[in-house]
Design a protein around this ligand. Structure first.
Ligand code: SAM
Length: 224
């Protein structure tokens, strides 16, 4: 990656190169992650055991469309761990719309992330009702979905149809156990991929082991 166009960084900490993003809110921690200053720039370590996007990077994610100025729709923001790192990456001219329906975690999302970061727009809504996200304007570059619901693939497709640019990218975290406890994980993943194939070009499927036991990530591109 070019030095002046880096979206994430490898920073030495405790004898190891660790994944990090440049902190858009210096001094501010979101999940007690370590802050490291190098050459006057503050970085936040990005923990692959806490963020599935970081786990995917550790496991050879090939396509990373989160860039300076990107617009992202993120379903299942939870307390905002991953959203906060994407916010670091897309910068002040980018935007992350974070959808979360559970009021308790949404409160932490607001306190820890959205209230400190002007490029994060919290949407306290059910991802099953994409027509009710009144604050999303235009189409986004990436839809990222991590909602752990049995019908998450259909919810995700409905959101992409409404908000994803043609040729945009779609990241789907598949919680294999939440879909059907009786099926083998590989079978569940291939069944979910089948549902995507007519509308999406599948680019990569990543097993998130050892960082995350029961998840896979499918990266795809919205067909024109
Ligand atoms: N992506 C988060 C991260 O990396 O920090 C973790 C997401 S957690 C596994 C799943 C989240 O999706 C939960 O906070 C849950 O409340 C939310 N969720 C589940 N169903 C939803 C729905 N229908 N609409 C909006 N949020 C939903």
């Amino acid at each position: 990656m070019e030095e002046d166009n880096q979206v994430f960084f490898w920073i030495k900490s405790e004898g190891q190169e660790r994944l990090a993003t440049e902190n858009r809110v210096p001094g501010n921690q979101v999940y007690k992650e370590k802050l490291i200053i190098k050459k006057n720039i503050e970085y936040r370590l990005w923990d692959p055991f806490r963020s599935k996007l970081a786990a995917a990077i550790m496991n050879e994610l090939e396509c990373f469309p989160f860039e300076n100025k990107s617009q992202i729709l993120y379903l299942g923001a939870s307390t905002g761990t991953t959203v906060s790192h994407i916010s670091d990456i897309v910068g002040s001219n980018g935007i992350v719309f974070g959808v979360e329906h559970a009021s308790r975690v949404a409160r932490d999302f607001l306190d820890r992330v959205a209230s400190h970061r002007s490029n994060v727009i919290p949407i306290l809504q059910d991802a099953r009702k994409p027509k009710e996200y009144f604050s999303v304007f235009g189409k986004v570059d990436v839809v990222y979905v991590d909602i752990a619901q049995p019908d998450q693939t259909q919810i995700a497709i409905d959101n992409c149809e409404m908000y994803l640019k043609k040729g945009g990218y779609f990241f789907l975290v598949i919680k294999t156990r939440s879909i059907d406890v009786t099926k083998a994980p590989r079978k569940i993943v291939s069944e979910e991929i089948e549902k995507l194939k007519s509308r999406f070009e599948i680019l990569q499927t990543i097993d998130l082991h050892p960082y995350d036991k029961d998840h896979a990530m499918v990266v795809s591109k919205f067909k024109n």
